[in-house]
Design a protein around this ligand. Structure first.
Ligand code: NDP
Length: 419
């Protein structure tokens, strides 16, 4: 039996809350807490009549530590699921430590203001030391490892699909399929069509910051930097068909390369259509992706936040999106002295995800793992304390839960390799 607070009420949170409410024996009490109370109330109204989970709602500004502490002290959650923005990860982790509850999120910390001098200084140093330029990295949250360990609490970092399930797939491959993994390609394909010339399928600000950044991959202990969208491949995805995909930096490369130093090369690819790329380049060229505030008619605005306000809300794409996603990991390595290949992935249908939760498959493939991760903590199946990514836990019960609750794995022992 668990008491849970979910922070955020966007696409990912809505799916996770839907799924939690299907398991009232685990999620007995759940408080939906977000910036806009009306969204929390509307979701409660929709779900409460069909679930035994006792749902409450609350307006919260997750930037306000005092407000968070007061709220957590009053509600006394076992677990706080941070499914809002990654900007607030550290502040919510602080509140969890003070109020002695577990923590879970789906994206690595990054700052809202990338011009903040202290953060910028550390960022420039990290580029020199590690040679990757993404705004997000795990170092900030890994600094909480000891504090969570000492408190006997879990902070489960990045428990969506990627990051999240992809790292559980690595742990699963290492446990069952390989004595040694040599290479890993993570492929994230969205074959969905929402009919808009341009829309992002999760939070536009985070999505565009990620995709427009310089890309890189990890090889022989080093990060190799390449210009954004400069490495393109084609791949024929099960359930989707042939798609163009581009090499990107992604947060799980950092944790996988740290936890499995044996892996010689790790790359991440994501599919994009030409229309997405043309629009993104145009926004970039005219400065709309900038995170630096400007003055406009006497008011300070941040260009990328203004752009977000113009774009379709990802949570509204559900009824329009058709097609499937296919996300997974292709490995090469050695088992019992023999070289082998292995591909583990999931195919998720946008329309089926919508039928079940009212959201499209990108929110679904993130919200379901978040619920399954919460279940691992509340049912005390995962007990190792600390601020940990998913590679650090037994993948079997988590992957079994995904199989059962909406994201079943598929496997291939003879996959087409990415050149
Ligand atoms: P949305 O923009 O749909 O939702 C964000 C929610 O957070 C909104 O309800 C918003 O409130 C709320 N929020 C924002 N700021 C605050 C604040 N200061 N205090 C309280 N609530 C706040 O995002 P998504 O659901 O698409 O994404 C959620 C997270 O999941 C993101 O961090 C994203 O990066 C991550 N993600 C992870 C994936 C993975 O596979 N690991 C894949 C996709 C997403 P309001 O309604 O007022 O705007």
């Amino acid at each position: 039996m668990g008491r849970v607070i979910v922070i955020g009420c966007g696409g990912v949170a809505t799916v996770a809350i839907n799924k939690c409410c299907q398991h009232p024996e685990v999620f007995e009490d759940l408080c939906i807490a977000s910036r806009t109370l009306s969204k929390c109330d509307a979701l409660k109204e929709k779900l409460q009549k069909n679930t035994k989970t006792n749902i409450t709602t609350r307006q919260i500004d997750a930037n306000n530590l005092t407000e968070l502490i007061h709220f957590f002290d009053e509600y006394k959650p076992d677990l706080v699921m941070n499914l809002g923005m990654p900007y607030q990860n550290l502040i919510i982790m602080d509140a969890c430590l003070i109020c002695k509850c577990h923590y879970l999120d789906t994206a690595a910390y990054e700052p809202e203001d990338t011009d903040e001098p202290n953060w910028r200084k550390r960022y420039e140093e990290r580029i020199k030391e590690k040679n990757f330029t993404a705004y997000f990295d795990y170092s900030y949250q890994w600094e909480y490892k000891k504090k969570f360990e000492e408190a006997g609490l879990i902070a489960l970092l990045g428990c969506g699909f990627d990051p999240g399930v992809t790292q559980a797939y690595v742990a699963y491959a290492k446990k069952h399929e390989f004595d040694r993994i040599d290479t890993l390609d993570i492929l994230d394909c969205n074959g969905g069509d929402h009919g808009y010339p341009f829309a992002t399928n999760f939070n536009p600000e985070i999505n565009l910051r990620e995709v427009s950044s310089e890309a890189d991959y990890y090889e022989n202990g080093k990060w190799i930097r390449v210009p954004a969208m400069s490495i393109k491949r084609q791949y024929d995805f099960d359930g989707v068909g042939m798609k163009d995909m581009y090499l990107l930096h992604h947060e799980e490369i950092e944790s996988i390369s740290t936890i499995y130093p044996e892996i010689k090369r790790i790359r991440f690819y994501m599919t994009f259509g030409q229309s997405y790329i043309t629009h993104m380049n145009c926004f970039q060229n005219v400065g709309l992706l900038s995170t630096t505030p400007i003055m406009y008619e006497g008011r300070e605005i941040t260009p990328i936040q203004f752009l977000k306000a113009l774009l379709p809300d990802p949570a509204s794409l559900g009824p329009r999106t058709k097609g499937k996603t296919n996300i997974g990991c292709i490995f090469t390595g050695v088992k019992d002295g023999k070289e082998k290949k292995y591909y583990i992935y999931n195919v998720c249908d946008h329309e089926e995800a919508y039928k079940e939760t009212g959201l499209q498959a990108i929110s679904y493939t993130t919200g379901v793992p978040a619920m399954c991760g919460a279940m691992m903590i509340l049912n005390k199946i995962w007990t190792k304390p600390g601020a940990n990514t998913l590679e650090e836990y037994d993948p079997d019960p988590f992957i079994e839960a995904l199989d059962k609750y909406g994201l079943p794995k598929r496997e291939s022992y003879n996959p087409t390799m990415v050149e």
